[in-house]
Design a protein around this ligand. Structure first.
Ligand code: GLN
Length: 538
């Protein structure tokens, strides 16, 4: 039977519970245990798919097409296991299931209540997400004390009560602020946060204390005394230069060993080498490579979380130190386009809606004619098609119907808008906005003698999608005999998945999102090559 480790957060949000959970899970996975991770999100949306990236950061897409919280990206990158629909449970999902059951008459005439019906559903979904593993890590989103989190905390309290003592463990990640004038670390907010947890029946077993530096023995003693947490279970979670150092911090303090003993699972030897190798390499990277990310959500770095991580992974593979310049595409115009010249490579990431699109088209054009390495992702590929259609094929005002419904040349459009509608032959077919998106891992065939084929070294690859619009199949022939080749497609060439430009140092764009599958240890073939070329052509 699985052991459950619950991770809650206190005092303030954004302390890095996701990274803490992922780092610990990684230590157990490296020791040879079978682990799973799950994120419980207390908001009412069914999933974050419809939330603005400004509010919630990136939407992370799993192989099976779930639109999830960005913490799941950390889980995959740190632990190397695949997340699924079951890995992210929102209050919206829980309530929707409960209401569905009520309509189906599953509650036999009883009054449907938070306790036990909602909490039972939460427990059911937790168990479903933890089947066939040794240790399951459950991160509870939000901050202890929030109204929304209460049913989730109540459910995990019940699970603890129902199970053998050694089968559950509570970790609380908390903040120790420092009063700069007196140079004093303050434990009071942590005391209160734990008090709050205890008042709802949860006694944390382990405290991870976020602070700028490691905390001393006196502070640990004090925290232990006031929180009823064993002194040996009060650990430092100091600021790290890179998030990938965090598993090493935990391992050095023997956090995982403490947990192992508490959970009474058979001992397996610790392995930490992959993280040490990666961080050593990272710390030695001195040769700077400067990448411009020209997008719409540039004010919040979390909007492009996986992309930022993928660029970092690829730079480490190439012994480069990365600097990402976030550029608002709305600020790009003909008069100032030359400022892109200082960049070694340009990424146009995914996005929705027409704000800033013309700036992206100018950017793609500038990268193409000035031989600056260019990587277009999802919308970034559609932008390339529009740019090329306008400027090389001479299709005036070519556009995507997402941005201009009346364009004379809808080179990018919904499949249902194509004249010879091939709807039905395409997985995740696209009928209308607000309906379905093409989501999750899908196969793509790569053509021989292409750049993309030389990078993946495979004929068929699988990558994840999240979009509604496609390159309009009706226009594809018009690109024949130009420098733009469609080097990846799906099905029987119904959908174009990759394009590249010949006679250019490195210009590649893909309809899928390679950033979701990059790993710190290996990087990702597309990013690795993009960074290499950016550095070499600088
Ligand atoms: N807005 C575009 C579409 O829906 C691109 C989406 C994306 O970049 N993820 O097709």
């Amino acid at each position: 039977m699985a052991r459950y480790i619950f991770i809650t957060g206190g005092v303030v949000s954004s302390l890095g519970k996701g990274i803490a959970a992922a780092s610990l899970a990684s230590l157990f996975k490296l020791r040879g245990y079978k682990v799973s991770l799950q994120k419980l999100d207390p908001y009412i949306n069914l999933d974050p798919g419809t939330m603005s990236p400004f509010q919630h950061g990136e939407v992370y897409v799993t192989d099976d097409g779930a639109e999830t919280d960005l913490d799941l990206g950390h889980y995959e990158r740190f632990v190397g296991i695949r997340m699924s629909q079951n890995s992210n449970v929102t209050a919206g999902r829980v309530y929707s299931n409960v209401i569905k059951k009520e309509r189906e008459g599953k509650y036999l005439g009883s009054t449907v209540q938070v306790i036990p019906h909602v909490t039972d559903e939460i427990k059911h979904l937790i168990k479903k997400g933890s089947s066939n593993v040794d240790i399951s890590f459950i991160e509870v989103g939000g901050t202890v004390g929030d109204i929304e989190s209460l049913p989730f905390l109540e459910a995990i309290r019940q699970l603890n009560m129902e199970m053998n003592d050694s089968h559950t463990l509570f970790i609380h990640l908390t903040l120790l602020p420092k009063v700069e004038v007196t140079n004093e670390i303050k434990t009071k907010p942590t005391q209160h946060s734990v008090k709050e947890l205890r008042s709802i029946g949860i006694q944390p077993d382990v405290l991870l204390c976020r602070a700028k530096d490691t905390i001393d023995e006196n502070t640990k003693n004090k925290i232990s005394l006031f929180t009823n947490v064993n002194k040996d279970a009060v650990f430092s979670a100091q600021d790290a230069k890179s998030i990938y150092e965090i598993p090493i911090f935990y391992k050095n303090q023997k956090v995982d060993e403490y947990i192992l003993k508490k959970l009474k699972v058979p001992y397996k030897k610790s392995v930490i080498r992959p993280w040490v190798t990666f961080t050593n390499k990272l710390n030695k990277c001195k040769r700077k490579v400067k990448i411009g990310m020209v997008g719409k959500y540039v004010d919040l770095a979390d909007s492009y979380k996986s992309l930022n991580e993928s660029l970092l992974h690829a730079s480490v593979q190439n012994n480069n130190a990365i600097e990402i310049d976030f550029i608002d595409s709305e600020d790009i115009a003909k008069r100032n386009i030359k400022k892109l010249n200082k960049l070694h490579g340009i990424v146009v990431p995914g996005g929705f809606g027409n704000r800033g699109v013309e700036g992206k088209i100018l950017t793609a054009n500038y990268a193409r004619i000035n031989n600056i390495p260019y990587l277009g992702i999802c919308l970034g590929m559609q932008i390339s098609v529009i740019e090329f259609a306008r400027n090389i094929l001479g299709l005036k005002n070519a556009n995507s119907t997402e941005f201009d419904l009346k364009t004379p040349h809808p080179v990018v459009s919904l499949v249902s808008e194509w004249e010879d509608n091939i709807k039905g032959t395409i997985k995740g077919n696209i009928d209308e906005l607000g309906g379905t998106m093409r989501l999750g891992a899908q196969k793509c065939t790569l053509i021989n003698n292409s750049l993309v084929h030389s990078l993946y070294k495979k004929n068929i690859i699988t990558e994840r999608h999240r979009h509604r619009y496609e390159v309009n199949n009706k226009y594809v022939n018009q690109f024949n005999n130009t420098d733009l080749i469609f080097s990846g497609y799906s099905g029987k060439k119904e959908l174009m998945e990759v394009l590249e430009i010949k006679n250019h140092p490195w210009y590649l764009a893909c309809q899928f999102h390679p950033e979701f599958t990059s790993s710190p240890i290996k990087g990702h073939p597309l990013f690795n090559s993009f960074i290499k070329s950016s550095y070499e052509t600088k």
